[in-house]
Ligand binder design. Sequence first.
Ligand code: 5GP
Length: 127
Amino acid sequence: MAKTYDPQNIFAKILRGEIPNKTVLETEHSLAFHDIAPQAPHHVLVIPKGAYVCYDDFALEASEAEIVDFTRAVGEVCRMLGVQPGEGGAGFRLISNAGDNGLQEVPHLHVHILAGRRLGRMLPLPE
Ligand code: 5GP
């Protein structure tokens, strides 16, 4: 069953043009924009335009066209940032937080593309 989507979340407002964003790439089904509080020299968020709460929701419910568009948008942004390893770039990290344990802040699917410095451990050691 699809999750309940809150249309008042901040990324839904960005998609409706109600609050501004610094767009990196817009495609038919996806939008990429700079994170408002970057945690690395490159910190871009990629979101689908459809109402999906988090990654599993999108992966199970989205159309093939949306999934292909979103996946290609992530690749295109990596190319635009020049961070592709093996092609002159120094690499990047993709993160998609989901739910309470994932510490997801905004309940609209997004992947973080982080790059431009060595990013340290994937996860902090458990407290
Ligand atoms: P999450 O914790 O949900 O994975 O990440 C949410 C991200 O959205 C955070 O990195 C935060 O800085 C970013 N963010 C929150 N509000 C805004 C906003 O209004 N504009 C932009 N561009 N990013 C935002």
